[in-house]
Every structure is written in structure tokens, then in C-alpha cells.
Write a protein that binds this ligand. Structure first.
Ligand SMILES: Cc1cc2nc3c(=O)[nH]c(=O)nc-3n(C[C@H](O)[C@H](O)[C@H](O)COP(=O)(O)OP(=O)(O)OC[C@H]3O[C@@H](n4cnc5c(N)ncnc54)[C@H](O)[C@@H]3O)c2cc1C
Length: 400
């Protein structure tokens, strides 16, 4: 959506294809970081974004063995929005859709599943849809179709696995009041979970060793309720979680494509590099890819240039931050999550968390890394089209 918005704004006609009928995806993360809000600020959209309902988080806190630690601080960042905005992913996507649709030349088709590519003369020249249609791309197909991208399924671009030791079970838990407080995380011996505040309920993520979802379900829902109660004794979970049908498995992946492009095609976001949920960085990294892609390609595309010789520049620009963040996620997976899931007794927090909790100035370092990332992008793609007056746009009028 962000790539669609930026290319359209720069004067390139764009058609976004989304296989689902809406953006409502329960059990997704919601962290919109300062790096993304900087981009929205550069686009003159930050005020409208912040007008939408969200919670603000400027500190990262985690409970280890029953004790709370503050381990990150974003409040001192020199940036227009020095906090994490917690906004459900579907609301954020609706926001981007409304902003993009205000530019002429933008088309969004919902319920439009891409099933294959049209290839001509060794070049990707368009896509085939599940309903039998073929859509030709005049210049470029951008694949931003997530971790199960068609470029992987069709073996169009080879992928290297980095691996993740965990999966996530998502479920809802009741909430006593509708007071917004955004996020809670807790770690105990052999167990680890995060709660995201959805105002009227908690969206809970319980971390399990990779591939063990069926074993966990076989232990019974009462076992899981007990684990959550042990992590969050302040919650009343007596009536929570009716059956194993209430649990949704999300398989965690950490990988990246060796090459993100081939003639006529560019992969960005999770399609190019599936991210682990650690740090809530994946959405924000995908946005940075979109900005880099538009910075490098929008101008040449509007001048009618062939984009193929430029595609490698997007990967060259974004590979370094991707590598750094994936290396950090792998380190956290192996040293913290792997250790917790192996059942090692957790009697107190690791030294690094205790140091961060003790010295507030040091907490700004993880705050900066997570909030602003590495090699952050600025919008440099030109604005060649002006937006119409914005009003919420009915989905039906967006279907081409
Ligand atoms: C459990 C879990 C929790 C996470 N929590 C967070 C978090 O809190 N914060 C964060 O920043 N990141 C989080 N992430 C990572 C984050 O979800 C991804 O990095 C991010 O969504 C990637 O964005 P994307 O646009 O590249 O892909 P996606 O968000 O996966 O979007 C791809 C889109 O393409 C559509 N699509 C797929 N195939 C087709 C097709 N064939 N035809 C048409 N459309 C198609 C999909 O329906 C989808 O809408 C989490 C990941 C996991 C697994």
C-alpha cells in the first residue's frame, strides 16, 4: 500500500491487488514506529494518521520472573513522533488506502488473488489472477505479498532460511475495563507471552517452541490458561479461553531472498525478507523498502525509462538494514527466546535488562535502534500529482 501510494503520488499509474476482501487481519502486530511516522510527516499525512484511534508507547517494559523492567525509552528521540503508535494493522492499511486513493492514477482491487506470472522473453510482463484474468504491467510488477510470496512458491527467486525457534499462538483474553494501555510482556520459566491492548479485550501472543502447536493443544486449554495466569497474575482468567478452536497459530519465519529482483519484477517487504515479530520491526522495515523503491524508481518510470537496470539498487540500499535487523532478531531468538523455551529456570532478568532498567540514559540506545532503525529513508520521490480532497472512500469505488 505504501509503495502504491508513493508511486502514484510521483505520477506513476498503480494498481494494487489484494487477495482478501478486506484488510481485517486479526492476530497481527500493530506497531507503527517513529521511522514510519517520519515518512508520514514528510508526506504531510502524520496529523491525519494520528487523528485515527491509537495508543502511544514511549517505553518498553517487560516482566521477568514477576519483576518489571524498563528496557527502552523513545521519548527523547528527535523525530516528529517519539513514540510507537499502536494501531491495528487493518486501520493503518485503511488509512494508507484512503490517502493513496486521493491521488488520480491509483486503483485498488480487493479479492484479487495473483496466482501466476506472465513471462515474455525472460521478463515478467504481468500477472494472472485466480478469476482467470491476465493483467499486464506496462513497466514493473512489485511483489509485496508477504512471507508466502508467490516469488517463493514459484521458485522465481531463491531464498535463504535463517530460521526461528518459535511459533506464536494468538488468542483473545477478556479485559476488565476499556482503559487503553497498549502492551504488556512477561517471561517466566519455560513460558513467555505478550498482551496487546484492544481496549475491550486483550490480544494475547503465547510463544511456543517451533512445530509444537498440536502438542500444546493436546495439553488442553486449561493448561494454557494456567500458563497465562502464572505470567499475568493480576488478570482474572477464570472465564477465558473456551476451547482449542480459540487458538490461532502463526508460524514465525526469518529468511531473505538472495536476489530481490529479476527483469520486470521487484520483491519488497516480507516477500523479500520475512521478519520475526521481535521488536515489532517488520511493518516498519517494509515501509522503508517501499520508500527506497519509489526513491530509486519513480522518477525513471515517469520518464518512461526501463526500470530493469535499476532494480538492483533497491536491494543494494535495503540489504544492509535488513541484515542488521535480522542478525539482531536471530541473536534475541537464540539467546533469550530459545533459552526460555528450553525450560531453563528463569529466576531473574539477564544482566543487560537489569543494567537498562537501572540506568535510564542507556535505555535510549535500544529506543533509538528499534524506533528509528538503521539507514532510515527519506521520501525523495517527487510529488507530481496533487491529492483530491480526502473523504473516506467506499471500497466499491476503488474496484477497477
Ligand atoms: C506473529 C507475528 C507478529 C508480528 N508482529 C509485528 C508487529 O507487532 N510489528 C511489526 O512491525 N511487525 C510484526 N510482524 C511482522 C510483520 O507482520 C511483517 O513484517 C509485515 O506485515 C510485512 O509487511 P508486507 O506488506 O511485506 O507483507 P504482509 O503484511 O504479509 O502483506 C502481504 C499482503 O499481500 C496479500 N497477498 C498475499 N498473497 C497474495 C496474492 N497471491 N495475491 C494478492 N494478494 C496477496 C496478503 O493478503 C497481505 O495483505 C509480526 C509477524 C508475526 C509472524
Amino acid at each position: 500500500m505504501m509503495a502504491g501510494l508513493l508511486f502514484t503520488r510521483a505520477g506513476v499509474s498503480v494498481r494494487v491487488l489484494e487477495k482478501h476482501a478486506d484488510f481485517f487481519r486479526d492476530f497481527r502486530g500493530d506497531t507503527v514506529h517513529p521511522s514510519t511516522m517520519e515518512i508520514l510527516d514528510q508526506l504531510g499525512m502524520l496529523g491525519r494518521f494520528l487523528d485515527r484511534p491509537h495508543e502511544r508507547l514511549d517505553k518498553a517494559e517487560i516482566r521477568v520472573a514477576g519483576q518489571d523492567y524498563t528496557v527502552g525509552d523513545l521519548s527523547h528521540l528527535r523525530t516528529p513522533a517519539p513514540f510507537i503508535a499502536m494501531m491495528p494493522q487493518w486501520d493503518f492499511l485503511d488509512f494508507l488506502r484512503d490517502e493513496a486513493a486521493a491521488f488520480p492514477g491509483f486503483a485498488l482491487e480487493m479479492a484479487a488473488e495473483v496466482t501466476d506470472f506472465i513471462e515474455e522473453g525472460g521478463r515478467v510482463a504481468g500477472v494472472r489472477l485466480a478469476d482467470g484474468r491476465q493483467l499486464r504491467a506496462r513497466k514493473l510488477v512489485v511483489m509485496a505479498d508477504g512471507r508466502s510470496s508467490l516469488v517463493r512458491g514459484r521458485h522465481l527467486l531463491p531464498v535463504t532460511q535463517i530460521g526461528a525457534p518459535m511459533d506464536v499462538l494468538w488468542f483473545h483474553l477478556p479485559k476488565a475495563d476499556d482503559h487503553g494501555e497498549s502492551l504488556r510482556g512477561a517471561v517466566g520459566t519455560g513460558r513467555m507471552a505478550v498482551l496487546i491492548d484492544r481496549r475491550t479485550y486483550w490480544q494475547a501472543a503465547f510463544i511456543i517452541p517451533k512445530g509444537t502447536a498440536e502438542d500444546v493443544k493436546a495439553r488442553g486449554i486449561g493448561w494454557l490458561r494456567g500458563e497465562m495466569q502464572a505470567l499475568f497474575p493480576e488478570l482474572d482468567l477464570s472465564g477465558a479461553l473456551g476451547s482449542a478452536d480459540d487458538l490461532h497459530l502463526l508460524s514465525v519465519a526469518l529468511d531473505r531472498l538472495d536476489t530481490w529482483h529479476r527483469p520486470g519484477l521487484l520483491a519488497i517487504g516480507d516477500a523479500a525478507h520475512a521478519m520475526s515479530p521481535i521488536g515489532g520491526i517488520g511493518i516498519n522495515l517494509a515501509i522503508q523498502d517501499a520508500v527506497a523503491a519509489a526513491n530509486i524508481l519513480a522518477g525513471p518510470l515517469t520518464r518512461g525509462q526501463d526500470p530493469d537496470p535499476l532494480l538492483h539498487k533497491v536491494q543494494d540500499r535495503r540489504l544492509f538494514p535488513t541484515r542488521v535487523i535480522q542478525a539482531g532478531q536471530k541473536l534475541a531468538q537464540d539467546s533469550v527466546i530459545g533459552a526460555v523455551l528450553s525450560g531453563q529456570p528463569i529466576t531473574r532478568a539477564p544482566m543487560i535488562l537489569r543494567v537498562l532498567d537501572r540506568f535510564p540514559l542507556l535505555r535510549r540506545i535500544p529506543g533509538r535502534i528499534v524506533g528509528l532503525g538503521v539507514r532510515r529513508e527519506r521520501v525523495r520521490s517527487p510529488q507530481r500529482r496533487s491529492a483530491k480532497t480526502r473523504s473516506p472512500i467506499p471500497e466499491s469505488s476503488l474496484r477497477a
